[in-house]
Ligand binder design. Structure first.
Ligand code: B12
Ligand code: SF4
Length: 504
């Protein structure tokens, strides 16, 4: 961080890059934390997701000129967002383009693909243009970029950033504090481009002590970001811990957040929820941890949070990514009593695939855990299954077994409550599955994970033939059959796959 001059920082403008409308929790945590350390610094948040596309450039320009911040801190959430699922149009396009038996459908899909790829390309180009505009308007201002997109692609992003920019990989609080304090090193991982364009990399030397992350002061946040109320009708993200010690083959959450699990104080977590609830009437909470409930230790932490929600009689609904390894009947009961809205979890119905993907749990135990919810007083919460369909190692037999287990879940919870998501593995840089597929020759060793080449982009959504075609054609058939809202596309698709596999 040689370029950071110890000039006193008096003002920071946070700019959230446009993305699908979703509560900007990350940048709010960073701004709140900096305020608590340096209340004298003036801060503002500009959320470009809330500004109409045609006005974004002008709005950013006016804010930068009016506020003249010492730091412009960009938050970038999604960059490579190819993980289409049944609630996303892109899934139809990919399936039709590659696998439709009807030539016209394939041509139509090709035309739609052009506009999706165009939007994908243009949104990235626009973000770099926003940074360059700020650099031009204010040559002396420091630019900082953080957020999950750059946590994954930091080393590619920094190359395209203007001079005098710091790209922060992973959690933002400690890195931002070092930048504000003008320190020459940070405990966070950063790429810094100096005024000559030379890039320096500083490794992560430690993790932020999360017990220092007290409940967000929403009165302050609202004063610098009055638009927060645009989000309060929907799910609001609350972080309870960071880090994941597992290494599922396709996942890089443990790279974004680190392997060590670190926890916030449960009381502070619930204070945050309570103030969201009291101040804005927020009723829906998404625990945005890599995994809300995962290790044995984290289970105790979860229990403390749920106990506190129940004790304060908060009328909220919550969800988050769950593993059910250490679930017991009492915890299942507490989850339901505290307002569990839905069960969101990875699901594959054979131990072989669980092992191949190193998911680190037993299928039998997972099925027993489902039963515990049933026994603990489950009513009508949705069970959302994120299925890594057709992952390496999948065969017709493993797929059939998965369908059998899904049918067990229909029996347990009622068919209407179980939502199998037609989901495929997205190949992400640095993951074991990426290494495997490079070794197998599926991807070239020097492929660019941020390529705009549609054919490589498609390969990054892993759904190879021959099973890929069976799944895709089943999905397309299901789309055609569904003429009412009474059936869910994922369930209909799984039924058709079953029928087709029986014939093989
Ligand atoms: C929870 C989650 C969801 C939930 C969100 C629920 C909710 N209401 O909030 C749901 C399921 C809805 C979801 C959906 C999607 N998600 Co998601 N999601 C996550 C997850 C697990 C956590 C994100 C989060 O909120 N973290 C908590 C907050 C506090 O942290 P944060 O935002 O990262 O901010 C921290 C740092 O990034 C940094 N930071 C942030 N901004 C700034 C700014 C500055 C200046 C600095 C210094 C630091 C900084 O500091 C913050 C605090 O430490 C991440 C993976 C992960 N482990 O991070 C994926 C992730 C963000 N999702 C991703 C994607 C792709 C999607 C979808 C597009 C999937 C799809 N195909 O539909 C959608 C898009 C949703 C949208 N509207 O944009 C990708 C994005 C990156 C990429 N690949 O491009 C991720 C990284 C997963 C992945 N591996 O691919 N997601
Ligand atoms: S999929 Fe979940 S449990 Fe597995 S490494 Fe990722 S965050 Fe951890």
């Amino acid at each position: 961080m040689s370029e950071i001059k110890p000039k006193k920082v008096k003002s920071i403008l946070y700019v959230r890059f446009p993305c699908w409308k979703i509560y900007p929790g990350g940048v709010i945590y960073v701004a709140d934390f900096i305020h608590k350390q340096h209340p004298e610094i003036k801060q503002e948040i500009l959320d470009l997701a809330l500004v109409p596309k045609a006005e974004r450039k002008q709005v950013l320009k006016s804010r930068v000129l009016a506020f003249a911040p010492d730091i412009v801190a960009f938050s970038w959430r999604n960059m490579q967002s190819f993980g289409p699922h049944p609630e996303d149009d892109a899934l139809d396009v990919v399936m039709n383009f590659d696998h439709s038996p009807n030539l016209w459908q394939r041509i139509k899909a090709g035309i739609s693909a052009v506009s999706i790829i165009y939007e994908y390309t243009a949104s990235r180009v626009r973000n770099f243009a926003f940074m360059k505009m700020v650099r031009k308007l204010k040559p002396e201002t420091k630019i900082v970029v953080g957020g999950t997109a750059v946590s994954i692609f930091g080393k590619y992003v920094i190359k395209k950033c203007p001079v005098n920019t710091v790209v922060v990989v992973g959690e933002g609080e400690p890195a931002m504090l070092s930048i504000v304090n003008g320190e020459s090193t940070t405990i966070g991982e950063c790429y810094c481009k100096d005024s000559q364009g030379k890039i320096n990399y500083t490794n992560r030397t430690g993790n932020f002590n999360l017990s220092k992350l007290s409940a967000v002061d929403f009165e302050y946040v609202e004063s610098i970001f009055p638009e927060i109320t645009e989000y309060t009708d929907d799910f609001i993200g609350v972080h309870t811990k960071r880090g994941c010690p597992y290494q599922c083959h396709f996942c890089l959450y443990n790279k974004i957040e680190g392997h060590d699990q670190r926890y916030r104080d449960p009381i502070e977590v619930v204070n945050e929820i309570e103030s969201l609830n009291k101040r804005y009437g927020v009723k829906k909470i998404w625990f945005t941890d890599a995994q809300f409930c995962s290790t044995r230790r984290s289970t105790h932490h979860v229990e403390d949070i749920l106990d506190e929600i129940i004790r304060r009689k908060l009328k909220i609904q919550w969800t988050g990514y769950l593993r059910l390894n250490y679930l017991n009947l009492e915890l299942a009961r507490k989850m339901l009593d505290s307002g569990l809205a839905s069960l969101d979890l990875s699901f594959t119905g054979t131990q072989e695939i669980i092992n191949t993907l190193t998911l680190g749990y037993s299928l039998d135990q997972q099925m027993e855990a489902f039963q515990m919810f049933k026994d603990a007083g489950y009513t009508n919460q949705k069970v959302k299954l994120y299925m890594p369909l057709n992952a390496p190692g999948e065969t017709p037999l493993t797929l059939q077994k998965t369908i059998e287990r899904i049918k067990d879940l229909y029996q347990m919870f009622g068919r209407d409550n179980v939502l199998p998501f037609i989901f495929f593995i997205g190949i992400q840089p640095g993951t074991p599955v990426e290494k495997l597929l490079i070794k197998q020759g599926y991807l070239k060793k020097d492929y660019n994970p941020l390529t705009f080449n549609p054919f490589i982009i498609k390969r990054l959504l892993y759904n190879p033939k021959p099973l890929g075609r069976v799944i895709a054609r089943s999905y397309l058939e299901a789309v055609k059959l569904l003429d009412s809202d009474s059936e869910y596309i994922g369930r209909a698709t799984m039924d058709i796959i079953e029928r087709k596999l029986r014939r093989v």
